[in-house]
Design a protein around this ligand. Structure first.
Ligand code: NAD
Length: 357
């Protein structure tokens, strides 16, 4: 099979971690008989320098014509003085909107080999952790009506949280589909004791849940969920929640796993199309020094193989290769213990590719 991937290396360490990821994908293609065709396009600061805007139309067109998008990271000190709406990071919002990416998936998987980096007590994480936070990405309070007005107490500002049945239904379907491929458990997080929008959310999630009798559905208030994530994270399989609650809970869940250099993510549209990127930014402090950990991006590509291309075996092979490299004792700078020798970005990519197949 031939798969078309739009590649957006971006800025800072983006091009470095993406280069290692393509190396790993090439090896997957070689071993399993697939052909990955890459088309590189600009977004972020490099696009501003080359074209004057952070998201050229050509980038949008190439992404839309592809089966999936692989993105490194955008932004950096050079563009920090630009006004907010002209900054490189606006490219991410533009891509989400243009590509209809409404579901953000953030797995929080604890590699046993990195258990020391987890801030929780060993007995809480014994046996490892594997949670996915499914966050609604294009609705809710971040995109609702907003404004300012005068009140008797002085100037006031407001942001409206609003969800339609259709928006909740499609994100719930992503969560239940995902649970079917994993531990068959969905925890829907809301604030239905206070918010009308949460009560609608809870009703629609339950309706979708009725179509998945094999999946256990629990509802949890967001304040309790924040607590349970550090108290007993093993109770979770798939967490589905709104844009703002997901923003916060996915960061909390990911901290449990230790390093930012290990965290992949996916943003999905309808029809299995997705954009895959590491959670971290462009890390200008280590850019060009062969110090970046490429594993978050490589694990994002594993998600691409699994969720967009339906290549579960190949995705497993990539994740196993990362595990093997860690088990063999190799560490990049961000996950090396003090005094421990660290390997560079290139070497990490080489070792992971060598462990495929
Ligand atoms: P960052 O994630 O880039 O870096 C935070 C810290 O983590 C830094 O010390 C960095 O060296 C380290 N780090 C990050 N990724 C690493 C990796 N793969 N390996 C080893 N160490 C790694 O966050 P920041 O410093 O707040 O932001 C830097 C720039 O990135 C800013 O311009 C910001 O707007 C942008 N940003 C982009 C994205 C994105 O493209 N999705 C996300 C977050 C931040």
């Amino acid at each position: 099979m031939e798969y078309r991937i739009a590649v957006v290396p971006g800025d800072g360490i983006g091009p470095e971690v993406v280069a290692q990821t393509l190396k790993v994908l090439d090896k997957v293609g070689e071993v399993y008989g697939h052909s990955f065709k890459y088309e590189k396009v600009l977004a972020g600061g490099c696009a501003i320098d080359a074209t004057g805007g952070c998201l050229p139309q050509e980038t949008i067109d190439v992404c839309k014509a592809s089966d999936a998008v692989l993105l490194g990271a955008v932004g950096g000190w050079k563009w920090d003085t630009l006004p907010g709406n002209e900054r490189p990071e606006m490219a991410l919002l533009g891509l989400r909107k243009e590509l209809g990416l409404f579901a953000n998936l953030r797995p929080a998987m604890l590699f046993e080999e990195l258990a020391d980096a987890c801030p929780l007590k060993p007995e809480i994480i014994a046996g490892g952790l594997d949670i996915v936070v499914v966050r609604e990405l294009t609705g809710g309070i971040y995109f609702g009506e907003k404004g300012t007005k005068d009140t008797a107490m002085g100037a006031a500002a407001y942001d409206v949280e609003q969800y339609s049945e259709g928006e909740v239904r499609r994100i719930a379907e992503v969560a239940f589909d995902m649970a079917m491929k994993r531990g068959k458990k969905v925890t829907s997080v809301d604030k239905a004791n206070v918010l009308e929008s949460s009560r609608l959310w809870r009703r629609v999630v339950a309706e979708v849940g009725d179509r998945f009798p094999e999946v256990e559905l629990n509802n949890m208030y967001v304040d309790n969920a924040a607590m349970q994530l550090v108290r007993n994270p093993k109770q979770f399989d798939v967490i589905v929640t709104s844009n703002i609650f997901g923003d916060i809970l996915s960061d909390e869940a990911s901290m449990i796993t230790g390093s930012i250099g290990m965290l992949p993510s996916a943003s999905l549209a309808t029809g299995n199309f997705g954009m895959y990127e590491p959670v971290h930014g462009s890390a200008p402090d280590i850019a060009g020094k062969d110090m970046a950990n490429p594993m978050a991006t490589i694990l994002s590509a594993a998600m691409m193989l699994r969720y967009t291309f339906g290549l579960g075996k190949e995705a497993d092979a990539v994740e196993s290769a990362v595990k093997k490299v860690l088990a063999d004792g190799y560490r990049t700078h961000d996950i090396a213990a003090e005094g421990e020798e660290a390997i560079g970005t290139e070497k990490a990519g080489d070792l992971i590719a060598a462990n495929i197949g």
